[in-house]
Design a protein around this ligand. Structure first.
Ligand SMILES: [Zn+2]
Ligand SMILES: [Zn+2]
Ligand SMILES: [Zn+2]
Length: 255
């Protein structure tokens, strides 16, 4: 099983257009962050979590030419606005892509991208997507996918556990029921926006505290803003917690 962090930025991306701060002007490639999404290859299936604004660029960079399924965490722009680029995968593989999300996200996707789901033929072509509401654990082609409800300000959004990997982005809280689903992880990817607090996102201190509570073998912090310098944060974190960088790959010892 292979996991690639395609993007690890908050909604603005890093660098931010017009910003001259030390991180935005840094030469360190690990401070160049595209919008947040995750790629998982398991049992020969390619799983994308969120179609970020930067999906096309990320797919080209990693030579991803097929997506078997897309899992959505929530409907915020940075996690969904690459949705139109899913049509390229339809063309290349001649297949409709199943997309899974909670009911709120599906409702918002249909409202925000009405042209995709209105059933009207368009000469330019539209993404061919089938939407499925996630309520419980489900099986996708032999892969057990466990939705994990987490708080994102007032919203309940979804994280996902697949095998011994869990992805919790845009997280501002983890209910007790969800914590039970996160025991025994090899890899936890969890969002950590910046040093100061934010109503909708864990800051670094809160993400580290949650990671230590969940206690995976390795925790990776993602969805970071331009307040976060990669090398500085790396030097501040405990041994089994590291900041993400775009293109970070983790191979796991499961099929
Ligand atoms: Zn986000
Ligand atoms: Zn900046
Ligand atoms: Zn969000």
């Amino acid at each position: 099983m292979k996991v690639i962090i395609l993007g690890c930025a908050t909604s603005t991306g890093v660098p931010i257009v017009g910003c001259n701060c030390p991180v935005c002007t840094s030469d360190n490639p690990k401070n160049k962050r595209t919008r947040c999404s995750l790629f998982i290859e398991k049992n020969g299936k390619n799983i994308l979590i969120d179609s970020s604004t930067d999906l096309r660029f990320q797919a080209l960079k990693h030579n991803i030419t097929r997506l078997d399924v897309v899992l959505y965490t929530h409907s915020h722009a940075d996690h969904t606005h690459g949705i139109d680029d899913l049509r390229t995968f339809n063309f290349v593989n001649n297949m409709v892509i199943p997309c899974y999300a909670n009911l709120q996200t599906i409702t918002n996707l249909k409202n925000n991208f009405g042209y995709i789901f209105d059933g009207v033929y368009s000469a330019g072509g539209k993404p061919q997507l089938e939407l499925y509401v996630v309520e419980n654990n489900f099986d996708f082609d032999g892969i057990n996918i466990i939705p994990v409800e987490i708080n994102h300000a007032q919203w309940m959004i979804l994280g996902y556990r697949i095998g011994n990997v869990a992805y919790l982005t845009d997280c501002s809280g983890v209910p007790d029921e969800s914590l039970k689903k996160l025991m025994g992880l090899e890899l936890l990817i969890i969002s950590a926006l910046r040093y100061t607090e934010h109503p909708a996102h864990f800051n670094i201190e809160q993400a580290v505290e949650m990671a230590q509570k969940i206690n995976p073998k390795l925790a990776v912090l993602t969805h970071m803003g331009h307040e976060v310098d990669y090398d500085t944060l790396l030097s501040e974190l405990p041994d089994n917690i590291v900041p993400a960088y775009d293109g970070m790959e983790v191979e796991l010892d499961e099929p």
